[in-house]
Design a protein around this ligand. Structure first.
Ligand SMILES: [Zn+2]
Ligand SMILES: [Zn+2]
Length: 122
C-alpha cells in the first residue's frame, strides 16, 4: 500500500518517502532518520516529527496535526516545549516538544526558531 506524508507543517515542503537513486549522494536527506529513534525529517527547514518505534508509526505521528493553541506542538498538542541550542556540536536553535520529541525548523537564533515554530502552514 502506498503511504503518503503530509507536507511539513512549518515550511510547507513536500515530504517524499521515496528511496533515493543510488547515484544521488550529497544533497539527499532521507525522510526517515534513525539517530535516537525513527522520525520524519524535513530536508528544507530541518524540522522533524515525533519520535516513533518504526517508520510506520513515525509517519502516522507526522501526519497527525493538532491545531495550534498558543504555539503548542502541531503533532501532539503539548505545551511542554523547550529550546534546543546545539545540533551536532553547532550552535543552532529549534523549539522542541518534550512530549513527543519533535522539533521545529533550525535557525541561528532563538527568536527566529520560536517564530518559525509558531508559523504553521497546515
Ligand atoms: Zn519544513
Ligand atoms: Zn509534540
Amino acid at each position: 500500500m502506498e503511504r503518503l506524508a503530509k507536507n511539513c507543517p512549518f515550511c510547507g515542503e513536500r515530504i517524499s518517502l521515496e528511496k533515493p537513486e543510488p547515484n544521488v549522494t550529497a544533497t539527499y536527506h532521507p525522510p526517515f532518520v534513525n539517530s535516537d529513534g525513527k522520525k520524519v525529517y524535513c530536508c528544507k527547514c530541518h524540522s522533524h516529527g515525533p519520535k516513533a518505534v518504526n517508520e510506520e508509526e513515525a509517519l502516522d505521528k507526522w501526519n497527525e496535526r493538532i491545531p495550534s493553541n498558543n504555539g503548542s506542538c502541531p503533532f501532539c498538542g503539548s505545551n511542554d516545549l523547550g529550546i534546543k541550542t546545539q545540533f551536532n556540536q553547532i550552535n543552532m536553535y529549534a523549539k522542541i516538544c518534550k512530549n513527543c520529541f519533535a522539533h521545529g525548523p533550525l535557525e541561528d537564533n532563538e527568536a527566529d526558531a520560536k517564530q518559525k515554530w509558531e508559523q504553521r502552514t497546515l
